[in-house]
Design a protein around this ligand. Structure first.
Ligand SMILES: [Zn+2]
Length: 229
């Protein structure tokens, strides 16, 4: 699992406490908010606020339990949703790739000019409108060499696509585990229902037999009564 990726995305939402929160929740289930608050040196309310923000994004989920020791107040237990976090992060990276690609398209096909004095950049249309002179200082504009930028964009795209590929492997394996868990739960549920059905049927049979016995007894009582008369 890409724990550093998880940290990046959590930091982008809650800031500097992000890495600690991930370390506390990663690979765990239902972590008490008291433990989290203690490790972050925050109050329970501050801790909940942080975690609510992550919950709004679907990155963590919680269960709450009434604590009789704490006067019946609810205690929250938090679980990190790695799959959703990574899916969200993937969306973010994907957007960066799209931006870089469209930027690369523009930079490798269109011409840009710049003013050597103000270092301001102008696209072809604006340069033409200003007769290829800087509208701020009147200096003649120069054609910009985009080759370094094009190279950098290409490298960025390659790097980001590698991250995407890693994320896809990670997301795939998470989906597989989730599916297996779902399947297992379904089977347990099915077995439970089957057992309940069998028990209901046995109970019905038992009641039917009881009723039949009762009727039989009453019938024979009536017969005895008649014969006495
Ligand atoms: Zn200028």
């Amino acid at each position: 699992m890409q724990i550093n990726l998880l940290k990046d995305i959590v930091v982008s939402i809650i800031g500097s406490n992000g890495p600690k929160v991930v370390d506390l929740l990663y690979g765990q289930k239902n972590v008490s908010e008291f433990l989290i608050a203690k490790k972050l040196s925050l109050t329970i309310n501050q801790t909940r606020n942080l975690l609510y923000r992550l919950a709004d994004e679907g990155l963590v989920s919680f269960i709450r339990k009434k604590d009789p020791k704490k006067g019946g107040w609810y205690t929250y237990f938090w679980t990190l949703n790695s799959g959703k976090s990574l899916a969200k992060f993937r969306g973010h990276i994907n957007k960066l790739v799209d931006e870089a690609k469209s930027n690369l398209g523009i930079r490798s096909s269109a011409r840009f000019y710049f003013c050597p004095t103000c270092s301001k950049e102008y696209d072809e249309e604006n340069s033409l409108l200003n007769s290829y002179t800087c509208p701020e200082c009147g200096e003649p504009l120069q054609l910009k060499d985009n080759s370094a930028l094009v190279l950098k964009l290409k490298e960025d795209i390659k790097r980001l696509e590698l991250v995407l590929a890693e994320l896809d492997i990670e997301l795939h394996s998470i989906a597989e585990v989730e599916q297996k868990t779902r399947h297992r739960k379904m089977k347990v549920e099915q077995r439970k229902k089957q057992k309940e059905r069998t028990e209901r049927r046995k109970e019905k049979e038992r009641l039917a037999k009881k009723l039949a016995d009762k009727l039989k007894r009453e019938k024979s009582k009536r017969k005895k009564g008649k014969s006495k008369r």
